[in-house]
Design a protein around this ligand. Structure first.
Ligand SMILES: [Zn+2]
Ligand SMILES: [Zn+2]
Length: 262
């Protein structure tokens, strides 16, 4: 079974390609299920927009209907799901739960990029101190506890900024793993930064020590390509590498949707 639930669209302002190009790339690579989880638009009370991070809320319906139309068009070749990647922004979680139900979304994932808000909160990918790391862990566990999320995306996001994997990182990995284990929420093994590594030279995630701890804590893992362009689906290298590295992990191959077959 080959399924990827972390796929963006050009609406977020930092991804490219048509929605259909992602679907066709996934079919060509033999994916049986493709989930779109673009960065959720929040209903900012201040009227704030973040055009380089997420779609404008006016595009939410068009996004859902575009993905649904592709799901119908390609139903005989691939199962296409629609959801969102979301932060834990406490003041909007009620809205998120209602919206997900109203739009009959298939799933949501927690990609906890910002501390409480992206208007005022820090970007957790820039966490550099034990205090900032602790804030990430606290906010992320609170998010998991809402019960809204199918999995935790790039749980080791802080390794984008944190200088080295130290004792504080080990404690964070243990705490996040124990929370995921207790709530039965898988963690994502996110391949996106590696796809760009030849260009960015960044060594962020998936971090081997983080996942060694997740494994010893009994957390299930799921691969996410976090595709921001169709090439991230059509190039098999990162997927194959992740499969190999997770050979002795308890790996979830697909999300347990009620209507799944087989
Ligand atoms: Zn993104
Ligand atoms: Zn993402």
């Amino acid at each position: 079974m080959k399924a990827n639930y972390h796929t963006h669209t050009a609406r977020c302002g930092h991804a490219e390609g048509t929605d259909e190009a992602y679907v066709r790339a996934a079919i060509a690579q033999g994916f049986e299920e493709l989930g779109f989880s673009d960065h959720v638009p929040w209903p900012y009370r201040s009227g704030y927009t973040h055009p380089r991070v997420r779609m404008h809320i006016d595009r939410l319906d068009e996004y859902v209907s575009s993905i649904r139309a592709l799901a119908d068009r390609y139903a005989d070749q691939i199962r296409v799901r629609v959801g969102f990647e979301c932060e834990n922004f406490p003041e909007y979680m009620g809205w998120l739960a209602d919206m997900a139900q109203e739009k009959q979304l298939d799933y949501l994932i927690l990609g906890n990029h910002y501390d409480g808000s992206d208007e005022t909160g820090m970007y957790f990918g820039n966490a550099r101190t034990p205090g900032e790391l602790a804030a990430y862990v606290r906010s992320t566990i609170d998010g998991l506890r809402t019960g809204l999320f199918a999995y935790l995306a790039h749980p080791d996001l802080f390794m984008r900024g944190y200088p080295r994997f130290d004792e504080n990182c080990r404690a964070a990995a243990r705490e996040l793993s124990q929370a995921c284990r207790a709530l039965d929420i898988p963690m994502e093994y996110n391949a996106h930064d590696r796809f760009w590594q030849p260009v960015t030279h960044s060594r962020s995630y998936p971090h081997p020590e983080f996942f060694a701890i997740a494994r010893s804590e009994g957390v299930r893992v799921i691969i996410g390509l976090d595709a921001h362009e169709p090439r991230e689906l059509s190039d098999p290298e990162q997927w194959n590498r992740a499969v190999q590295e997770l050979s002795d992990f308890e790996r979830l191959e697909r999300l347990p949707f009620a209507d799944a077959q087989g």
